[in-house]
Design a protein around this ligand. Sequence first.
Ligand SMILES: *[C@@H]1O[C@H](CO)[C@@H](O)[C@H](O)[C@H]1NC(C)=O
Ligand SMILES: *[C@@H]1O[C@H](CO)[C@@H](O)[C@H](O)[C@H]1NC(C)=O
Length: 409
Amino acid sequence: MNQFLSSSLILALLLASTTSAVAVKRDGGYSKINRQAVGPNLRNGVMALDRTMRKYGIQPPQELSDAATQQKNAITSGAAASTNEKVVVGGGTESGSVVANPMLHDQEYLSPVVIGGQTLNLDVDTGSADLWIFNTALPAEDQQGRTVYNIDKSKELTGYTFGVNYGDGSQTYGIVARDTVEVGGVSVSGQAIELPTAVSHEFTNDTNSDGILGLAFYSANTIKPAKQKTFFESAMASLKAPVFTANLKAGSAGSYEFGYIDNTAYTGTLQYTPLIQSASAVGLWAFEANPGTNASPAIADTGTSLLLLDDDIVRAYWAPVPGHTSDPQGITFPCDVELPDFKIKLGDYTATISGSLLNYSAADEAGYCFGGIQSNNGQGINVFGDVLFASQFVVFDGGQNRIGFAPHA
Ligand SMILES: *[C@@H]1O[C@H](CO)[C@@H](O)[C@H](O)[C@H]1NC(C)=O
Ligand SMILES: *[C@@H]1O[C@H](CO)[C@@H](O)[C@H](O)[C@H]1NC(C)=O
């Protein structure tokens, strides 16, 4: 798109409303590259649990956060120096796909997103609604060793700010601008992008990641004085179908696709369940788990590693596992014990997550492995992270406000 057209679009949009963005269908734009393993496999259950709790405003037990800090410090940023494959955005259709790369701790996945012509590796996060990126307004030390967005290229939304709290007293906050955001060939001009002037410690050491692409809903967005639509909400109307999918099967190249459901990616029939409104999950992809019971609202979160579930569900799962321990640092089990499969109702559909996927991380000195199912400490939300996505192909249907599941092919 030429400069004049893009500026006039932005102008038109500013005149119409400062809260909308314009989606543009690209003629080219379907790309897929193979996943490349990044860094050593340092999957760490304690860190994953600590991080998940903080994301959802659950105070981690002191023993857990101490252990997480200790282990974080032991893992030097050296491991993060490995390279990420950058996407080559190619030609295609009005649907687009980006490939997820496993990261430093195998807890996050990065996908290439082109913003203002610059390719950044972002964490695609269905559990938040902010698109924020490392940029040239940050202190020099926070820019080192990663790709940063050049803020000179953006059009600032004067008077707008954002702030995301990561629950450890640290915040990511800053200014807001608009630019063209392109995900695997689908592009949105005038998309709100958040440009932190300070980034939470959580992220500064992780030089693989250039930021987060939140794909939940408007009402969870943190921009003030007026919340802004997410990339998906902006793009939805011009997609071939108003959906995106997460295909993050364990041990294979993961991908996200926009506007298209790949029928070869799953087996059987997609089972849909409606989204629900919930005070504990405002603006998130929330649905009912184990309907008819007192189960807390469930959410599908690609930006989280574990399953963080109601205590009765957690107890029922672990009860038959010999030797499992449940202490403040998380539920562990003797590594030589084969875990049972986990059955859970996602709406009316019973998903079966194989026991092997619930063996989250390797043995500690005592020979205990970290469980993929952990307690939400009674905090009233069931979080379904990567462990679910490793087992199920998931459709995020914004057109019909529903979410669909089927086992991976
Ligand atoms: C970041 O890395 C430095 C040096 O590798 C370390 O001292 C510091 O504790 C780390 N901070 C966090 C929050 O991980
Ligand atoms: C669980 O995973 C660890 C490696 O992460 C492995 O050493 C162990 O054998 C696994 N346990 C089972 C029962 O497969």
